[in-house]
Design a binder for this molecule. Structure first.
Ligand code: SF4
Ligand code: SF4
Length: 302
C-alpha cells in the first residue's frame, strides 16, 4: 500500500508479469514508453494517456492583450493561421457558409467570394494526417482554384512539396506583429464565427466545430483511444501567449486550472464521464506524488 493506493502484480495479455496500480477509481498499467500510461476506468474504458497531460495548467479564455503597442484579442495570435481539418469537416461547414457569412470580417467575405465559398486551400494538404488547411484572410498563400480537393492533391510530387515549403518559409519572415492574416472564421471581436453559429442555433458546438479547434491543445483520438498534446502545440500561436507559456509557476499564480479539469466537457464528450473521472483522479494522485511512473515501469523492458 502507498498512501491508500494498492500496488499489485498483474498478468498482462502477453503473459508477462508487470506492475499496475489499482484503486476503486482507476487502474493504471504501463504503455509503450515512460511518457505514456494506460488508464482504465472502473467501467472498463482503457485509454493511452501522455503523462505530461496529468500536470499541465491551461484554460482558454480569450482576452485583450498588448502586442507591439496594439491592444488585440489573444485569439488573433492563435487563430492567425486557420487550422487543418478533414474533408468531411470542410464539406459540413461549406453548406453553412451563406448563413455564417454575415458574421465574417469583410476581408474573409471577399476571399470567400473569390474562392466561391471554398473554405480551404486545396493546395495545402497534410498527407500524413489527411487534413486540409482552412484559408486565412486577407490571404496567406496563393491558391490555385483549378485544383479540386481530390486524389490529385494527395499525389503531389516531392518537388512541388519542396517548393511549397520554401514559399511558406519565405512568407513567414514577412510576418509582423500583430499578424495581418486571420482564419476566415475569426470575427472582428476575436471570437470564432463557427462557434457562434452553433450557439445561436442551440446546437452543441463541441460536437460540430472543427475538432482541432475544440480539443486544442489536446489531441483526443477516440478510435485510437489516446489522449496527448498536439504536436508542437506550444508553437501554434504566432507569438507568446500566457495560456501556452511553459512557465507553469506564473500560470499557477494567475490561477490557471489543470488542463484535465478545464477540458472536462470535451474529454467527457469524447470518452465519457466515467473515464474523465478516472483520468481526473489519476491526475490528482500523480500531482500528489502518489503515483510513481518509474515504479510502474520497473518490470518492463523498453
Ligand atoms: S487558446 Fe489561448 S491564445 Fe488562444 S484564444 Fe484561448 S486563451 Fe487566447
Ligand atoms: S475555425 Fe474558429 S477556432 Fe478554429 S482557427 Fe478558425 S477562428 Fe479559430
Amino acid at each position: 500500500m502507498n498512501g491508500g493506493i494498492q500496488i499489485k502484480w498483474d498478468i498482462m495479455v502477453n503473459g508477462e508479469l508487470m506492475v499496475s496500480i489499482k484503486t476503486k477509481e482507476y487502474h493504471i498499467q504501463p504503455s509503450d514508453s515512460k511518457d505514456w500510461i494506460f488508464i482504465r476506468s472502473p467501467k472498463g474504458l482503457k485509454v493511452d494517456v501522455e503523462v505530461a497531460v496529468l500536470d499541465y495548467l491551461y484554460t482558454c479564455q480569450p482576452k485583450e492583450i498588448e502586442v507591439e503597442g496594439h491592444r488585440i484579442l489573444c485569439s488573433r495570435l492563435c487563430c492567425y493561421a486557420g487550422c487543418y481539418v478533414s474533408l468531411e469537416e470542410i464539406e459540413r461547414i461549406e453548406v453553412l457558409i451563406p448563413e455564417i457569412l454575415p458574421d465574417l470580417q469583410k476581408d474573409s467575405q471577399n476571399l470567400l467570394k473569390y474562392s466561391e465559398n471554398r473554405v480551404h486551400n486545396p493546395d495545402d494538404y497534410d498527407e500524413e494526417e489527411e487534413v486540409y488547411k482552412i484559408r486565412c484572410a486577407p490571404q496567406e498563400w496563393e491558391y490555385d482554384d483549378d485544383k479540386k480537393p481530390d486524389q490529385k492533391d494527395k499525389t503531389r510530387n516531392a518537388d512541388e512539396k519542396k517548393d511549397k515549403e520554401e514559399k511558406e518559409k519565405e512568407s513567414s519572415v514577412e510576418f509582423t506583429l500583430p499578424p495581418k492574416n486571420h482564419c476566415i472564421f475569426l470575427m472582428e471581436d476575436g471570437l470564432c464565427a463557427m462557434h457562434k453559429y452553433y450557439n445561436d442555433i442551440g446546437q452543441n458546438w463541441m460536437k460540430h466545430k472543427f475538432n482541432i479547434c475544440t480539443t486544442f491543445p489536446l489531441d483526443l483520438r477516440v478510435p485510437d483511444r489516446t489522449i496527448a498534446f498536439m504536436k508542437d502545440f506550444d508553437n501554434f500561436a504566432f507569438a507568446e501567449v500566457e495560456c501556452l507559456s511553459p512557465d507553469q509557476e506564473l500560470k499557477k499564480k494567475l490561477g490557471y486550472p489543470q488542463i484535465v479539469e478545464a477540458m472536462r466537457d470535451v474529454i467527457t464528450d469524447r470518452f465519457g464521464d466515467p473515464f474523465w473521472k478516472a483520468l481526473n483522479k489519476v491526475s490528482k494522485d500523480f500531482r500528489a506524488d502518489l503515483i510513481d511512473i518509474d515504479h510502474i515501469y520497473s518490470d518492463v523492458d523498453l
